[in-house]
Design a protein around this ligand. Structure first.
Ligand code: FES
Length: 108
C-alpha cells in the first residue's frame, strides 16, 4: 500500500507555475507544465541544493547550484546515467489532488 499526501487547493501551482508542499519527511516541489503536474523532491540528487529557483525550459529544470539539467518527465539529467530526481506520481481522486509517496525509478 502506498502513502499519499493531499495537495491543498492553495498549494496547486497555477498553469506554468511552481509551488512547494511541506510534509513530515521533506519538501515536494510541484510544477504545472502545460496543464500537467509534476512532483519531485526539492533536493537535487547531485549535492542536495533546493531546486525551487531552478530555471525551467519546457520540461527541463536546471539546478541553480551547479547547472545540471533534469527532465521532469523522467527525472534523468541530460547526458548522465545512474541517478536522477526523486519523482512522485500525481493522482486525482474525487476532484482532489494527491502526491503518491512511492519512489519512481530512474530509467537506466
Ligand atoms: S547540487 Fe544540483 S547540480 Fe549540484
Amino acid at each position: 500500500m502506498s502513502c499519499s499526501i493531499r495537495i491543498p487547493a492553495d498549494r496547486l501551482p497555477a498553469r506554468g507555475g511552481r509551488s512547494l508542499l511541506h510534509h513530515e519527511k521533506g519538501i515536494i516541489l510541484l510544477f504545472d507544465i502545460d496543464g500537467e503536474l509534476h512532483a519531485i523532491d526539492d533536493r537535487c540528487p547531485h549535492a542536495g541544493a533546493s531546486l525551487f529557483s531552478g530555471r525551467l525550459d519546457g520540461r527541463w529544470l536546471q539546478c541553480p547550484a551547479h547547472g545540471l539539467r533534469f527532465d521532469l518527465a523522467t527525472g534523468c539529467p541530460a547526458g548522465i546515467k545512474g541517478f536522477g530526481l526523486q519523482r512522485y506520481e500525481i493522482e486525482w481522486r474525487a476532484n482532489e489532488c494527491y502526491v503518491v509517496l512511492a519512489r519512481q525509478e530512474v530509467p537506466a
